[in-house]
Design a protein around this ligand. Sequence first.
Ligand code: IVH
Length: 676
Amino acid sequence: MMFIKNYILRLKERMRYHEYLYHSLGSPIISDCRYDFLIEKLNYLKKKYKHLFAEEDFFVSSVGAPGIAGLKRYKHITPMLSLNHVFDTNSYLNFDRKIKRFLKEIRIAFCCELKIDGLALNLIYKKGILIRAMTRGDGIIGEDVTNNVRMISSIPNKLHGINVPRKLEVRGEIFMLKSNLMRLNSEAINNHTKIFSNTRNASSGLLRQKCSKTTIINNLTFCCYGYGYYPRYTNIFSHYHRLLQLHRWGLPISGYNSIFYSYSDVLHFFEKIKNVRQFLDFDIDGIVVKVDSVILQSKLGYMNTAPRWAIAIKFIDQEKISKILNVIYQVGRTGVITPVAIIDPVRISGVTIGKVSLYNFGEIKRLGVRIGDFIKVKRSGDVIPKIISVIGNCCSDDVSQIEFPRLCPVCKSVLKVDDEFVKVRCMQGLKCSGQLKRMLYYFCSKDGLNICGLGFKIISKLVDKNYIKNFSDFFSLTYKLLISLDDIGKKTAINIISAINRSRDITFSKFLCSLGICEVGFVKSKIIAQHFRSLDNLMNSTLQELCLLKGIGLSTAHHLFNFINKKVNREIIFSLSKNLNISLSYIRSDEIVRRSNLFFKKKVVISGSFNKFSRTKVIYWINKLEGRVMSNVSKNTDYIILGKNPGHKFVKSKEFNLKVILEQELLDTIKKFFEL
Ligand code: IVH
């Protein structure tokens, strides 16, 4: 019963958190469907365990009835899908190649558009009259925002012109001009009302507001980029021309829409837009490229929730403005406490960011940042988001200083502060469940045993339930135990068990790295492994021997010596070595793994040079993996490995529509088989 009680409490907390994100921040991180699922679960539990709920516990949400934002929800006539995206030229070329290969055509018209950074809106017109406007929601069910949308002057309430269809479903982006945001915010400063962090959050806030005024809601603008239901009788089968027809009926479209027939023209358009982006009065986060022919679009169809006939090419290295809402503290695997800023969620390169690490207390001082301050956040490609500067907040009532924590956020022990007041540490070691979880997570991560599927959430649950107390407990996990945890299905459980089994083959240096010993990371693990060559030799080494190792400083030597000589750690290492097959360096001999490698019996050409390795090395790896490296491209070639400054082989490969493998993909494949 205790278990159920805790489970219900956590579920309620989770729901409250999502309500907060939706109501107060206007930035939900789960779909409405998922939210409904939570509600259903809670209602079911309430029926079954009445005595564990309070009278006022009341959970409602259903289609057609108000959702969590208090807006009615309806099903879209046709689902609102999302877009696949790429960040670089080569990935775009892969998209272009796949389309041409699938359609068996070389000359295809592409419609290129701006990717405006706002919110998707679905408009339904019947007999030319706007009868409903809905947000995207989860793509199937959207929220009804008709009342507000009717006040937006760029959206016609009545279509005009000839041949206005009986039924029409229009799709586009609703957004706020940067100049409107600036004006609204300066008014908000004077009136001491809410300041919006960015145009997207502002649009979301205004659009969902109940009882809005025309003057306020008219700060939103609409641009139409597509349609759901579109009548066939118009006999227009070009996407570009369908948009022009929508324009003739009174809907606003972008003046940047263009048709191109070659990938070089598409990429040229992308570069041009990248350069003019800063001068536009609205935010864009890339361009969208769509196969123009509606007939070819339907031949290409859809995959999961995105069309195969369209792709977004996004800008990387973006900065966005947001606001610090709160600061929380996290304990790391070595006990160091990291302050983390909870920010007004912003989307950068397609990812919603709600948390940014502040690294340490020195960084807080350096930035001079406070709760309530506006900040600039940056994220380059896949890199972790970072605060790059503090804008401040002119309203002093809205800011407060970031407090120095005294107790560990997890085990509540008193924290130790270093002399410079920069690093704060929990001294409880693995007795602190926060540290233990992080340590185990690191052990399973790519730097360690690389056990796919064992993420932080699952590890956390396993620790909370006492199923895992140290590293070697992972090897006693069973399928039955895993599926007994919430949120783990049969397939995930099978995948985790097979990932654990696969991880048993490990190199000595990776094993060392996985232990998470202070200062012993990837590079130093390699040096140590190469010197000692076996675990036994290392376990019997002396401090003096470790100190004399080239490339290992005195401090690392001490950390390592202390770690391997602690009784509890020796027991863990011993027990782990019984579960693992530790070798100095290996190529997996397992027949299935060998045959399933990307290069097995494949013909490959290499074009260009690489950042992280030489061409000779690449040839060596491919030969070892039983692939053949050819000097010229022919119709028999399977792949081209593309490096920097590729030459004529790359140009020729286009003729044969070869699969392109980039440096990172090559590296990821090779890493599975070789010690790099
Ligand atoms: S086409 C099935 N075109 O981007 C195709 N989307 O990441 C669906 N967006 O939810 C979308 N500008 O809100 C398309 N020119 C454009 C767009 C665009 C912005 C947004 C849209 C969508 C999101 C997908």
